[in-house]
Design a protein around this ligand. Structure first.
Ligand SMILES: C[C@@]1(CC(=O)O)c2cc3[nH]c(cc4nc(cc5[nH]c(cc(n2)[C@H]1CCC(=O)O)[C@@](C)(CC(=O)O)[C@@H]5CCC(=O)O)C(CC(=O)O)=C4CCC(=O)O)c(CCC(=O)O)c3CC(=O)O
Ligand SMILES: NC(=O)C1=CN([C@@H]2O[C@H](COP(=O)(O)OP(=O)(O)OC[C@H]3O[C@@H](n4cnc5c(N)ncnc54)[C@H](O)[C@@H]3O)[C@@H](O)[C@H]2O)C=CC1
Length: 219
């Protein structure tokens, strides 16, 4: 059983506060940057990785111990210090501002936990063990990285194009659905990825090929 609800949250340009300057804070900050968040790191000290990010202007560093008011206007808070009492107090301060908080030392006491993540452009694969064993989530994502290689960066964009054409050209919902189902096999994605007619946006050609695939499947 797990009572965590998975979702994709839009955080580009929004203030996210990471408290702590160690390995865990660094990992949380890096994940937030992947989603273009506006990242504030609060800690008297920084790991070399975080210092590089601060020097490059990718995160804003407040060189001090965290105060409750540092959380003002944030949409997410990550309490990732090595001081459980400070983490607990920060989560409470976040709660009183209605900001969801993540507790690095005691996941269950926070409002959300962070899964292991593999990004292939728009394809985002995640695994979580609900806190039972994060190393397993990490292992599973490493396995997914082999199965879903870098070609998926392009597959997702090709699919986006195919889907927008199908949505504009095919009015029957059942037919649309059948076409989009046959379009996502590895074999079909491989064909469409290298198709010059798709690059030329030849819509009738695409629709004809998808109809053919639907008929072949019905066999
Ligand atoms: C509850 C949660 C809260 C949260 O951080 O959101 C949490 C909590 C804790 N982690 C601890 C330890 C480790 N965490 C990792 C790794 C990751 N931890 C991540 C998430 C989460 N960790 C959330 C649950 C997610 C889930 O279960 O699905 C990942 C997936 C994502 C990320 O952090 O970005 C990232 C992998 C990223 C990747 O590789 O892709 C490793 C593995 C390693 O280091 O090799 C170890 C050592 C092995 C071990 O202890 O299992 C400890 C004990 C600390 C201590 O002993 O003091 C606690 C505290 C506690 O037990 O509650
Ligand atoms: N969630 C996860 O994935 C994991 C969580 N942990 C937990 O997370 C904690 C942090 O782990 P690490 O990053 O490895 O620790 P670390 O010891 O490398 O870093 C702790 C950081 O917190 C800063 N800090 C301490 N008190 C502070 C305060 N009041 N305000 C702001 N910053 C403060 C320190 O300056 C330091 O930079 C561990 O103590 C452990 O309980 C550990 C491993 C994985």
């Amino acid at each position: 059983m797990s009572d965590w609800y998975p979702m994709m949250y839009k955080i580009a340009g929004r203030k996210c506060v990471v408290v702590g300057g160690g390995t865990v804070a660094g990992r949380k900050a890096a994940g937030l940057l992947e989603a273009q968040a506006s990242v504030y790191v609060i800690s008297p000290k920084l790991s070399p990785e975080l210092r590089d990010l601060a020097d490059a202007g990718k995160v804003r560093w407040l060189e001090k111990e965290a105060e409750d008011s540092d959380l003002d206007d944030a949409v997410l808070v990550f309490a990732a210090t090595d001081d459980p009492e400070a983490n607990r107090r920060l989560a409470e301060a976040a709660g009183s501002r209605a900001i969801p908080a993540n507790l690095a030392d005691d996941g269950d006491k926070g409002d959300f936990i962070v899964p292991a993540v593999l990004r292939r452009g728009g394809l985002v694969l995640t695994a979580s063990t609900s806190g039972a064993g994060p190393a397993l989530a990490s292992r599973i994502v490493s396995e997914l990285a082999e199965r879903y290689g870098p070609e998926y960066n392009e597959n997702v964009e090709v699919l986006r194009t195919i889907r927008s054409i199908v949505k504009s050209e095919v009015s029957d919902p059942a037919e649309r659905r059948a076409m989009l189902q046959v379009a996502v096999t590895d074999e079909a994605l491989h064909e469409f990825r290298s198709a010059s007619w798709l690059k030329d946006m030849d819509k009738p050609e695409l629709i004809a090929r998808l109809r053919q695939r639907v008929n072949d499947r019905k066999g």
